[in-house]
Write a protein that binds this ligand. Structure first.
Ligand SMILES: *Cc1c(COP(=O)(O)O)cnc(C)c1O
Length: 400
């Protein structure tokens, strides 16, 4: 089929897309409508934790679709109970609320923090509702999560914003301290800013934030939609800094490609009352069965150590590439990494890599001077070498 035979104009315009229709995926590879294959370092935007079309997801979907797809959120179902147990047994959290997207999980975290701030008022007996977030952060595309995000331009895009979000600087504890008032209820951050350009919060900063929030009786919320579920080589990125947050959100990788997200909290924080939180699809057995299959795969003894080792390999190889081409090095955690190009050639590289023949390469440039790598967590060293060879070819072709 030719591209112009697809009636693409019936899709609402929201972004510029290349003239490619993807039809199949397997592991690290995706195939388009012409049969051309692409080595995929986007993986659904850091979503396909186990690559395209892994057997365990196919099996979970098929088995669960034959049993029960949605009994309604007013009733318990077995897969959601199993997944909630897997998540709490392997984290510092006690209670889980399932959602359908990262933004929705973050909305839930904001609501839970505001509710907690009504229960735990300030010493003048007033509700607390302000949440300190960070410049360049990304928390989603609902009105409240856009307001929480620190993306330049987002404060006026759909004005007026939801009030109550103050922006501090990542890795600058004093900038957080300055914003704390009698209205503050929480601090919310990504342990590694993903969309902002793969900028890790330092271990000292995370530990400092935990001390600061504990002393000021504030909640610490980690948005692990991108960093959670094995991406950094730990099951959750907060474990890298040895702290215990109060609330965590998950999305992306937890569904291995299907829409699933989660809001987790410690027992004493989980203060929703009947009717305050819910959703028609939330915790449905079809998606939570997939989530349970993904987490069980990650909990196999060799899985996370291998993510760590592969991440170190990718890091070392990117440094070599950077040295060779006079770039500015790389950064990241585990298998969420960025190559610092030092000049605004990211979009040009992304396009040329995609157009390579006969095999294409899918990369991402979250900022024009960066390339971001977010392969499946089970990517092999061979697939990293192949990507580097292709990228090298593009750099030579473009004269970089
Ligand atoms: C992707 C992302 C979100 C939003 O998730 P959606 O599923 O797109 O709503 C929120 N926070 C972070 C850190 C993300 O990377």
């Amino acid at each position: 089929m030719e591209f112009n035979e697809f009636a693409i104009n019936k899709l609402m315009y929201v972004t510029n897309r290349p003239e490619i229709v993807f039809t199949e995926g397997s592991g690290m590879w995706m195939t388009d409508h012409t049969g051309k294959r692409y080595l995929d370092y986007l993986q659904g935007w850091a979503v396909n934790a186990l690559g395209h079309a892994p057997k365990c997801i196919e099996e979970a979907l098929v088995a669960q679709s034959k049993k029960l797809i949605n009994p309604s959120p007013a009733f318990y179902n077995a897969p959601s109970i199993e997944l909630a147990n897997l998540l709490t047994e392997n984290s510092v959290f006690d209670r889980v609320f399932f959602a359908n997207s990262g933004a929705e999980a973050n909305e839930g975290a904001i609501k839970l923090a505001r509710k907690w701030g009504k229960v735990n008022k300030n010493n003048q007996g007033e509700d607390r509702f302000e949440i300190i977030t960070f410049n360049h952060s990304f928390h989603g595309r609902t009105i409240a999560t856009m307001s929480a995000s620190g993306k330049p331009g987002w404060d006026t895009m759909f004005a007026p914003q939801v009030p109550g979000f103050l922006k501090a600087e990542l890795n600058d504890l004093a900038s957080v301290e300055r914003l704390i008032s009698k209205k503050t209820v929480a601090v919310m951050l990504e342990p590694v800013q993903g969309e902002g350009g793969v900028i890790p919060a330092t271990r000292e900063f995370m530990q400092g934030l935990r001390r600061l929030t504990k002393n000021a009786n504030l909640l610490l919320i980690v948005d692990e939609v991108q960093t959670g579920v094995g991406r950094t080589g730990e099951l959750f990125a907060y474990q890298l800094s040895g702290i215990e947050p109060d609330i965590m959100t998950l999305g992306k990788g937890i569904g291995g490609g299907v829409p699933l997200a989660a809001l987790l909290a410690r027992e004493e924080i989980a203060c929703f009352e009947a009717g305050e939180q819910g959703g028609t699809y939330n915790g449905n057995p079809l998606m939570t069965a997939v989530g349970a299959a993904v987490i069980k795969e990650l909990l196999k003894p060799d899985f996370l150590p291998t993510v760590k080792a592969t991440g170190e390999y990718l890091s070392a190889e990117l440094i070599k590439l950077s040295d060779k081409h006079g770039f500015e090095g790389e950064r990241g955690e585990g298998l969420l990494r960025a190559l610092k190009l030092g000049k605004d050639i990211g979009p040009q590289i992304v396009e040329a890599a995609r157009d390579l023949q006969p095999l294409g390469l899918l990369l991402n440039s979250p900022r024009p001077n960066l390339l971001r790598f977010m392969p499946s967590l089970n990517v092999t060293k061979d697939e990293i070498d192949q990507m580097l060879t292709m990228l090298e070819g593009v750099l030579v072709q473009l004269g970089h």
